[in-house]
Write a protein that binds this ligand. Structure first.
Ligand code: C5P
Length: 331
C-alpha cells in the first residue's frame, strides 16, 4: 500500500446532478420524513471535486463557481469526517485533505448538487487515503449525510423509495438498434430563488398536495418500463405524463412565488411538456439530443433577455442544456 501522504497527483471525482423524472409522495413516516416513489437519473452536468493529502492540520474546502454559499452547507466536509471515523478501525492512515470544489450545479435547486458532492467526497477521500469500506458502510455514511446521497454511490438510473435509502437500479435508456444509445438532451431552467427541501415538504404536509395517487400510478408504471429499458424516442413520448408526475409541485409553487408563471411561459415558448425536479425550483424539458436542448436553451436565454419570459428572482435564471447519463448500472 502506498503512503497516501506521498500521492503526488490529486484524486478527482465528478459529482453529477440528478433529475427526478417522477416523484410521488406516498406517505409520512414515523421519523417525520416523507416516503417517496421516484425515478431518478444522473445528468452529465456535474460538480468537480479534487482531493489532495495534507501533511497536517484540518480538512479544508475551497469552492469556486456557481453560488458557492457557506462551506458548512456543503456535505463534502462532513462526508470526509464520517469516512475517516469509519476507516479508523482498519488502522489505515486517513490524513487531512484539501478539497477543491468547482460548483457547476445550482444550490438548493432540486438537482441534489450538495448531496452528490457528499457522495463523491466519501469515495474521493477513500481513494486519496488508499482505503476501502464495504458497500454497507459507504451506504450507511451516505444515508446519514442526507436522503438524496445514497443514489449517487452507484451510477445510472434508479427507482428511489423510502426517504431515499431504498434503491432499485433501472436499465434506463437503451439504444434504438444494437449500438449504444444517444443520450437524451435536457433543458434546465432554475430561477434564482432557493426552494429548501424542508420548506417544500412542510408546505406539502400543510395541505399543498396534488391529486392523490396520480403521480404514484405514473411513477410505478414508468419505473417498470424504465426498468427493462426505453429508447430515447419512447422516453420523449412519455414526457407529458412524466412532467405532471411530481407531487411536490403545488408545495413548490406555494414556496416560490412566480414559479407557476415561469412554467406556463416556458411551456408556451418551447412547445414541450415542462416538469420540475425534486422539490424544485428547477424546471426541465426533454429533447432527443443535446443539440436540440442547446437550441432551446439559447431561445430561453433570449426570451429572458428581451423580457418575453419572466422568471422570479433577483437575477436571470440558470439556463443549461445537458444530457441524461446513459450508462446503466447493469451494463
Ligand atoms: O435528508 P435531507 O437532510 O436531505 O432532507 C432535508 C429535509 O427535507 C428533511 O429535514 C425533511 O424535512 C425533508 N425530507 C422529507 N422526506 C424526504 C426527504 C427530505 O420530509 N424523503
Amino acid at each position: 500500500m502506498t503512503d497516501p501522504a506521498r500521492r503526488l497527483t490529486p484524486v478527482v471525482r465528478l459529482a453529477p446532478a440528478k433529475l427526478n423524472l417522477t416523484l410521488a409522495v406516498v406517505g409520512r413516516r414515523p421519523d417525520g420524513y416523507h416516503a417517496l416513489h421516484s425515478v431518478m437519473v444522473p445528468l452529465a452536468l456535474a460538480d468537480r471535486l479534487s482531493f489532495a493529502v495534507l501533511p497536517s492540520g484540518d480538512d479544508t474546502l475551497h469552492t469556486t463557481g456557481f453560488d458557492p454559499g457557506p462551506p458548512k452547507r456543503n456535505l463534502s466536509l462532513q462526508a470526509i469526517v464520517l469516512a475517516r471515523a469509519a476507516v479508523a478501525a482498519s488502522r489505515v492512515p486517513a490524513p487531512p485533505l484539501a478539497m477543491r470544489l468547482e460548483e457547476a450545479i445550482p444550490v438548493a435547486a432540486g438537482l441534489a448538487g450538495g448531496s452528490s458532492d457528499g457522495a463523491a467526497a466519501i469515495d474521493g477521500a477513500l481513494e486519496a487515503w488508499d482505503a476501502a469500506l464495504d458497500d454497507d458502510r459507504r451506504f450507511e455514511i451516505a444515508a446519514r449525510l442526507g436522503s438524496d446521497v445514497p443514489f449517487f454511490l452507484s451510477p445510472g438510473a434508479a427507482l428511489v423509495e423510502g426517504r431515499g435509502e431504498r434503491l432499485t437500479p433501472l436499465h434506463g435508456i437503451r439504444g434504438e438498434h444494437h449500438g449504444p444509445p444517444q443520450p437524451p438532451g435536457v433543458l434546465l431552467v432554475t430561477p434564482t430563488i432557493a426552494a429548501h427541501t424542508a420548506a417544500v415538504f412542510e408546505a406539502w404536509s400543510n395541505g399543498a398536495m396534488a391529486e392523490p395517487a396520480t403521480a404514484r400510478r405514473t411513477s410505478e408504471h414508468f419505473a417498470s418500463e424504465f426498468g427493462s429499458g426505453l429508447t430515447v424516442r419512447a422516453l420523449i413520448e412519455r414526457a407529458g405524463v412524466l412532467a405532471s408526475a411530481n407531487d411536490l409541485w403545488p408545495a413548490a409553487v406555494s414556496v416560490v412565488p412566480g414559479l407557476l408563471q415561469l412554467r406556463r411561459g416556458l411551456t408556451r415558448l418551447i412547445g414541450r411538456p415542462v416538469g420540475m425536479s425534486g422539490s424544485g425550483p428547477t424546471l426541465w424539458a426533454l429533447y432527443p439530443s443535446l443539440d436540440e436542448a442547446s437550441a432551446a436553451a439559447e431561445a430561453v436565454r433570449a426570451a429572458i433577455a428581451d423580457k418575453t419570459l419572466n422568471a422570479p428572482g433577483d437575477a436571470p435564471p440558470f439556463v443549461a442544456a445537458t444530457t441524461i447519463q446513459t450508462e446503466g448500472k447493469d451494463e
